[in-house]
Design a protein around this ligand. Structure first.
Ligand SMILES: [Zn+2]
Length: 288
């Protein structure tokens, strides 16, 4: 269960090696949706276009690396119908359908395409930009300003406490994702450490203090360009008091009575599963 984490079989590169075969995988986006093969409702999993050339006209192309030695290209196209046998689909719509390794590369591709789409003009002088640094950046043709893809670090923390009745997890339902309870999360502010962000956001969102922060892991999250940095923490003090406008509800959930949990593609789910596995290795949530 790797979620959107790039597999070890992927080699991150920005310039195609001289000996690589022409073409490869084509991750082509149209208005944020990815071109995938379809089997007209049959149970075959969708796939990514392969070949020497993209299967439709593209307006740009960028090399992003090798997957099992096969070149991976990302590209975007304008308002054009997919060729026969293909459809455009959102990345979220491809969760549980597209193989994990392809989905992870698609997540990288979505961010690369979005970066180039939104940085055609310089943020300083508004002149046109061009590719720089082997395509991983853009440079202003007039003033020379260089811009790299924006990545927004965000912390995630799963707060837990062990009571006489067993382990409880603090899960919250945010105002923006009102259907699912999950770990707490929030964006890091300028000059703030991730650890300080954990303490600040936890107190702001649910009014409690935490201790014993332990780093869990991180994951790129291409919606649109976050890096989730996840921790576990123990409850130190305070009762839950939800931040108005941000948190609809937050509760201590016993591991034996959990609400619907986030998708297995999110680091939130891996974080929650790890906390469950410590006390209940046979918990049914770990099999989903
Ligand atoms: Zn400029």
């Amino acid at each position: 269960m790797n979620g959107l984490i790039l597999p070890s079989s992927f080699t991150s590169l920005w310039d195609p090696p001289a000996n690589v075969a022409p073409g490869g995988f084509w991750f082509i986006f149209r208005a944020g949706k990815l071109l995938v093969t379809t089997s007209a409702g049959l149970p075959d999993p969708p796939g990514i276009a392969m070949g020497e050339r993209p299967p439709l006209p593209v307006s740009d192309r960028h090399f992003v690396g090798l997957l099992d030695g096969v070149a991976c290209w990302v590209a975007s196209c304008n308002d054009i119908e997919p060729p026969a046998g293909f459809v455009f689909e959102t990345l979220r719509g491809l969760f549980n359908h597209l193989p994990d390794n392809l989905l992870a590369v698609a997540g990288r591709g979505a961010q690369v395409v979005e970066f180039h789409r939104t940085h055609c003009h310089c943020g300083v002088c508004a002149a046109l930009t061009e590719l720089d640094d082997f395509g991983r950046a853009r440079r202003c043709k007039a003033c020379g300003e260089i811009t790299y893809p924006r990545i927004a670090p965000a912390m995630m923390v799963l707060v837990k406490r062990d009571t006489g009745h067993g382990r409880e997890l603090l899960l919250a339902k945010g105002a923006r994702f009102a259907t699912i309870y999950s770990a707490l999360a929030g964006f890091v502010e300028p000059s703030e450490s991730v650890e300080d962000c954990v303490h600040r956001e936890t107190f702001e969102e649910v009014g409690i203090r935490v201790c014993n922060l332990r780093y869990f892991g991180s994951q790129g999250w291409p919606f649109p360009h976050s890096l989730m940095i996840a921790f576990t923490a123990d409850h130190e003090s305070g009762d839950i008091a939800c931040q108005a406008g941000e948190i609809l509800d937050a509760q201590w959930f016993p591991t034996g009575n959990l609400p619907e949990l986030p998708s297995r593609f999110s680091i939130a789910r891996r974080l929650i599963n790890a906390a469950i596995a410590e006390v209940a290795p046979d918990h049914p949530a770990l099999r989903k």
